[in-house]
Design a protein around this ligand. Structure first.
Ligand code: ADP
Ligand code: ZN
Length: 367
């Protein structure tokens, strides 16, 4: 088990990463709570595969718990599911000191975090991320929220958990596409902050990491957690360097929107977005001699038809991105690897050239 602490305004909590650690770490995290009652929020597929493991882990803590299942999929990050979850808590007698434990990927985590932030103005929250992406990214940093008909993540708040428990036991059942989804964010941390992460990511080059790679996987997840924890600790409310975590994401968000969030996953879009950002970095004066992303290119296979993507739409989507500031487009680019910088680029030709790298990549690696 590896532990990393995150500092937040007036508080601190731990992110514990390991294998088969759920029972022990839950006991630890709940030791100081003044109640023996618990609420569990569990992703539908996580309940399907891991219900017994979860229930065994809390058996030694309490028998006084209630569980609510969140239907799998992005549609659950909605006001209606938020409202259903609140109904469940309030109908079952939630009080200010009763913790809620959230088991799932980004969807359940973002939804559950927002519920925890707002029920009775805030109840204690423990995240148990069950996807690689959630372990390295969404469960850390306190962003919570749901989608609105007009866009993703438009309703939410910052709310820090009291603990995060990343137990790779859950990853045994993770679908193949979810592994590359998480890998992109891992490589992002390599690009913006810690060169070693590229080397440790070699465990992905022959498909998903095997049981023998458990220790390496735990260490890699923790390295990513440390990068995010450090950045978030310095900039909890995203007014400065937290923007570096958006490396590749201006392009990625535009791609996801162009594909209606259907034919491309966030991780696939982020990988392509990083290739584009790498290209734009070089075009605007960055010195990137090596290409550490290169060995990972073949791991990605794209479903989105190239014909569905037009340069005009993509440019338009980038303009509409809510993270845009002022009149020109801003990007997180690299002066050098591990040296990110926020830059405004107003040369449309340069941006278009970076998009053409993306088109070529999709063409080369389509399913
Ligand atoms: P993320 O945003 O982290 O990619 P989601 O919450 O969208 O994750 O979950 C992606 C998919 O993986 C969903 O269908 C979810 O039910 C499923 N899932 C989450 N954790 C596991 C797991 N440990 N094993 C199998 N499926 C899982
Ligand atoms: Zn992302």
């Amino acid at each position: 088990m590896i532990s990393t602490s995150v500092k937040t305004t007036g508080n601190q909590y731990h992110i514990r990463t390991g294998k088969n650690i759920l029972e022990k770490e839950l006991q630890d995290a709940l030791r100081d709570h003044a109640t023996d009652q618990l609420f569990l929020l569990v992703d539908e597929n996580v309940a399907k595969y891991h219900q017994d493991y979860i229930h065994q882990s809390i058996r030694g803590i309490t028998s006084n718990w209630q569980q609510f299942i969140i239907p799998e999929g992005e549609a659950s990050k909605s006001i209606s599911c938020y409202s259903d979850t609140l109904d469940f808590l309030l109908a079952n007698g939630i009080r200010r000191n009763i913790p809620m434990i959230v088991f799932g990927g980004g969807v359940t985590g973002d939804l559950g975090g927002f519920v925890a932030a707002t029920a009775l103005r805030g109840i204690p929250l423990i995240h148990v991320p069950t996807t690689l992406l959630a372990m390295v990214d969404s469960a850390i940093g306190g962003k919570t929220g749901v989608n609105h008909a007009t866009g993703k993540n438009l309703i939410g708040s910052f709310y820090q958990p009291s603990a995060v428990i990343s137990d790779i036991h859950f990853l045994n059942t993770l679908p193949d596409n979810e592994w590359v989804n998480g890998l992109s964010e891992i490589l992002k941390y390599g690009a913006i902050h810690n060169e070693q992460i590229f080397k440790y990511s070699n465990i992905f080059l022959n498909g998903k990491p095997s049981i023998q790679d458990s220790d390496k996987l735990i260490s890699l997840i923790d390295k990513c957690v440390k990068v995010k924890a450090e950045i978030v600790g310095e900039d909890e409310l995203e007014s400065g360097i937290r923007a570096f975590l958006n490396f590749g994401h201006t392009f990625a968000h535009a791609l996801e929107k162009a594909a209606d969030f259907q034919q491309i996953s966030h991780g696939e879009a982020v990988f392509l977005g990083m290739l584009a950002a790498e290209n734009l970095s070089i075009a605007t004066g960055g010195t990137l001699k090596t290409d550490p992303l290169e060995p990972f290119r073949r791991l990605y296979k794209y479903r989105v038809p190239k014909e569905a993507l037009s340069l005009d739409d993509l440019m338009e989507n980038m303009n509409a991105d809510k993270k845009r500031t002022g009149e020109n487009l801003t990007f997180v680019l690299l002066n050098k690897w591990q040296e990110p910088i926020v830059k405004t680029v107003d040369d449309r030709e340069l941006i278009a050239a970076s998009w053409s790298i993306v088109f070529d990549e999709i063409e080369k690696n389509r399913i």
